[in-house]
Design a binder for this molecule. Structure first.
Ligand code: SF4
Length: 320
């Protein structure tokens, strides 16, 4: 049985202008220790999906349909107290901006010790030892000294390492990382990605990596979910999807990678922009941008269909 199983998940927002479906019919599994990437442009629904898994969708949003199975519990229907026990304990989250996790007026040590003692009945000394051990795991030099420092005394890369250490504090089964390297410079990005990969392997932690960057996903994950306008439009193994995309949108994303561009030429781009979630076209939401669009694409919604070892939602998937 999968560690996490998301079935037909839907999220809606009740706005004054009407109801907006931000996530529709999203289904996927995460096995224990598996690393998956959720990719797509801004507004595709990637972060909404992460927040829904953690039951953090707040009004005017709500989970409108589906189930999120984790260790026998449906997270979509758990009460606040039960969900708080799972959040930050069995499922941790890393945000793009470390300051969304870190409190600027408390030392790193205070924050780590408090986090540990919130979830586990351990002494101050034991909590401090666990904090030092996790700072060592994320390769922070002089961890005892870092415990006495405030977040602003650390570089951006060091702050993100501290956040990863905090995410590991209670030995979670899953880490959800939402654009964890986007705010960092390229060299630090590579170090943080390599660190995440190593830690997931060492601690056997499942990873859901959310990013707009296919290159990042291809380095770290074993499976990819591609999202467009609130739906998963293709999912399968990272290796196969990067090598042979079946959905025209996935093909466009891969074609836009810098290494696919002829030196001296502008980057390849998918024409047009993703539709607003308040104004999704009928049929396939990608049809206004797709070079293969036919009449059927404008009227009939393509449902996810198994194609060899992957699932793709397209009436005319690309085949070899
Ligand atoms: Fe293109 Fe039609 Fe496939 Fe949509 S369903 S991606 S419009 S071919």
């Amino acid at each position: 049985m999968a560690l996490l199983s998301v079935k037909n998940l839907g999220v809606e927002f009740e706005l004054r202008t009407g109801t907006v479906a931000a996530l529709r019919d999203v289904s996927f599994d995460l096995e224990s220790g598996e690393r998956i990437g959720i990719v797509g442009e801004s507004g595709a629904g990637k972060s909404v999906c992460a927040f829904a898994i953690l039951n953090l969708i707040s009004k005017p949003g709500f989970i409108s349909s589906g189930r999120i199975w984790f260790k026998g519990n449906d997270l979509a229907s758990l009460d606040g107290e039960s969900m708080r026990r799972i959040r930050g304990n069995e499922i941790s989250m890393i945000f793009q901006d470390p300051m969304m996790t870190l409190n600027p007026v408390l030392t790193i040590g205070t924050q780590m010790v408090e986090t540990i003692r919130t979830h586990h009945p351990v002494s101050l000394d034991d909590a401090r030892n666990i904090a030092v051990e996790k700072l060592k795991a994320v390769r922070i030099p002089s961890p005892e000294t870092r415990l006495e420092q405030y977040p602003h005394e650390l570089s951006g890369g060091m702050r993100q390492r501290v956040v990863i250490a905090i995410a590991l504090l209670s030995d979670p089964g899953i880490i959800i990382a939402d654009e964890p390297t986007t705010a960092l410079d390229v060299t630090i990005q590579a170090e943080i990605l390599e660190l995440l990969l190593t830690l997931c392997n060492d601690y056997h932690v499942g990873l859901i990596l959310i990013t707009h960057d296919l290159a990042v996903v291809s380095e770290v994950t074993q499976r990819i979910l591609v999202m467009y306008a609130g739906r998963i439009i293709e999912q399968g193994t990272t290796r196969e999807i990067i090598a042979r995309p079946s959905h025209p949108y996935t093909e466009g994303l891969i074609g836009a990678l810098p290494e696919k561009t002829t030196p001296g030429q502008p980057l390849n781009q998918i024409p047009g922009v993703m539709p607003s979630l308040q104004d999704i076209p009928s049929g396939c939401a990608f049809h206004n941008r797709c070079e293969f669009a036919a009449q059927r694409c404008r009227s009939d919604l393509p449902r996810p269909t198994d194609l060899e070892s992957r699932s793709v939602a397209c009436h005319f998937p690309i085949r070899d």
